[in-house]
Design a protein around this ligand. Structure first.
Ligand code: NAD
Length: 369
C-alpha cells in the first residue's frame, strides 16, 4: 500500500446508516484493490448526536472532521427532532460543519444516467445526456449577512430584515473554483446573478469578469437568475458549469436535481480553501435527506452516497480514474435493470439497498481497479 487517507464517516439519521453501510463496502473494495488505503473513523452528527450529547454537533466530531482527509455524511433529521429549538435541530449540525471547516464551495452535478432518462418529469430528449455542474457559494450571501432579524416598529407592525452581502474576495475564491472546474470539463462557465436589480450581484458580475482574465480559455457568460431558472427547464444541456450565490444556488440546484428525476441518485461535495500543503478540506454527502418514511425498510437507494464517494476520490484525493471506475460500475448496474423503489420503472427489477450494493460490488469485481 503506497498511501493511506483518512475518512470520517458521519452516518447521521434515518436512512443515513443504511446508505453509508453500502458505501463502506465500496470504500473497502477500493482500499483492497487500489493504490490507496482508506482508514475510516466514525462520528455522530444531527439527531444521533443530539440524542447522545444534547447537541447536533460536538467539538469532538468537529475535531475528527478537521483532522480527517475528507468527510462522508449520510443524512440528518427526522420528525422526532422537529420541535427542538433552532440551535438544537439536526440540520444545525450540517451548517456548523460547513462553517467551521470553511466549506465555501458546494458542487452539485446534475447528470442524467442513460438508463434513467425516462424518469425525469421533463421530455426525455430535453434531459437525455445532461451532464452539468452547479457551483454554489455556501458560506456567504443572504443566509449569513448582517443585519438580520425581525424588529417591532413603534406603530406595532413588524419589520423583517436579511442582508445580501459579499466581499470581492469571497466572490473571487468561488470564481476560481468554478473556472478551474470548467477547465477540466467543457470550458464553459455561466455566472448567474441579478445584476440589474441588486448592487451586490453587480459587483459579483464584475469580479467574475476580472477573474476571467486568468482563464482566457473558458467561455464566460452571465445570466439573470429568473432567466436561468427558465433556461434550466427549457434547454438544460446548454450549460456546462454554472456558478452562483448561496441563495440562488440553493434554489437552482434543486431545480436541476429534478431534471435527473431521481433524488436518490444525486451526490454533492462541499470544498474549502486549499492549504499551503495543497490539501483541500472536503465534505461529501448525498443531496437527499434522511427519508424517515422508508428508514429501516431496506428500500433506500445508496447510489447517491456511493457517487459522493466518487466525488471525494476526484476532488479530495485527485483520483479521477477510480472515480470513473465507480461511476462506470453504477452505470452498468442501472443498465442491467436493477432498481431500488425510488427509481423503479416498468420492466426493471426491484432490489433492496443491500442487493444494489451487491450489484455495484459485483460490477467492480468484473471491471477491476
Ligand atoms: P428526503 O430527501 O428525506 O425525502 C424526500 C422523499 O424522497 C421521500 O419520499 C423519501 O423516501 C425519498 N428519498 C429520499 N432519499 C432517498 C433514497 N436515498 N432512496 C429512496 N428514496 C429516497 O426529504 P424530506 O422528506 O423533505 O426530509 C426528511 C428529513 O431529512 C427532514 O428532517 C429534513 O430536514 C432532512 N433533510 C436532510 C438533508 C441532509 O441531511 N442533507 C437534506 C434534506 C432534508
Amino acid at each position: 500500500m503506497s498511501d493511506t487517507r483518512t475518512i470520517l464517516m458521519l452516518d447521521g439519521d434515518g436512512i443515513g446508516p443504511e446508505v453509508m453501510r453500502e458505501t463502506r463496502r465500496v470504500i473497502g473494495w477500493f482500499s483492497r484493490h487500489g493504490g490507496t488505503g482508506y482508514e475510516l473513523s466514525d462520528g455522530l452528527v444531527g439527531g444521533a448526536s443530539y440524542d447522545a450529547h444534547g447537541e447536533p454537533l460536538t467539538d469532538e466530531t468537529l475535531k475528527l472532521a478537521a483532522d480527517a482527509d475528507a468527510v462522508l455524511l449520510g443524512a440528518v433529521g427526522g420528525p422526532q427532532w422537529e420541535d427542538l429549538a433552532f440551535d438544537k435541530k439536526p440540520e444545525r449540525g450540517l451548517l456548523g460543519l460547513r462553517k467551521e471547516l470553511g466549506l465555501f464551495a458546494n458542487l452539485r452535478p446534475a447528470v442524467v444516467f442513460e438508463a434513467l432518462a425516462g424518469a425525469s418529469t421533463l421530455k426525455t430528449d430535453v434531459v437525455a445526456g445532461l451532464d452539468m455542474m452547479i457551483v454554489r457559494e455556501l458560506t456567504g450571501g443572504i443566509y449569513f449577512g448582517e443585519p438580520r432579524g425581525v424588529e417591532e416598529l413603534p406603530d406595532g407592525t413588524r419589520k423583517g430584515v436579511n442582508s445580501l452581502t459579499y466581499t470581492s474576495g469571497e466572490v473571487e475564491r468561488i470564481a476560481r473554483v468554478a473556472f478551474e472546474l470548467a477547465m477540466k470539463r467543457g470550458r464553459k462557465l455561466c455566472s448567474v446573478d441579478k445584476a440589474n436589480v441588486l448592487e451586490c450581484t453587480l459587483m459579483w458580475r464584475q469580479t467574475m469578469e476580472q477573474v476571467h482574465a486568468d482563464y482566457p480559455n473558458v467561455e464566460l457568460s452571465h445570466m439573470y437568475v429568473d432567466n436561468a431558472a427558465m433556461q434550466l427547464v427549457r434547454n438544460p444541456k446548454q450549460f456546462d458549469v454554472m456558478v452562483t450565490t448561496n441563495m440562488f444556488g440553493d434554489i437552482l440546484s434543486d431545480c436541476a436535481a429534478m431534471l435527473t428525476g431521481s433524488l436518490g441518485m444525486l451526490p454533492s461535495a462541499s470544498l474549502g480553501e486549499k492549504s499551503a500543503e495543497g490539501r483541500v478540506p472536503g465534505m461529501y454527502e448525498p443531496v437527499h435527506g434522511s427519508a424517515p418514511d422508508i428508514a429501516g425498510k431496506g428500500m433506500a437507494n445508496p447510489l447517491a452516497t456511493m457517487l459522493s464517494f466518487a466525488m471525494m476520490l476526484r476532488y479530495s484525493f485527485d483520483d479521477g480514474a477510480s472515480a470513473e471506475t465507480l461511476e462506470g460500475a453504477v452505470k452498468k448496474v442501472l443498465a442491467g435493470g436493477a432498481r431500488t423503489a425510488d427509481i423503479m420503472e416498468t420492466g426493471a427489477r426491484q432490489v433492496s439497498t443491500t442487493e444494489i450494493g451487491d450489484a455495484v460490488l459485483a460490477e467492480l469485481e468484473k471491471t477491476g481497479p
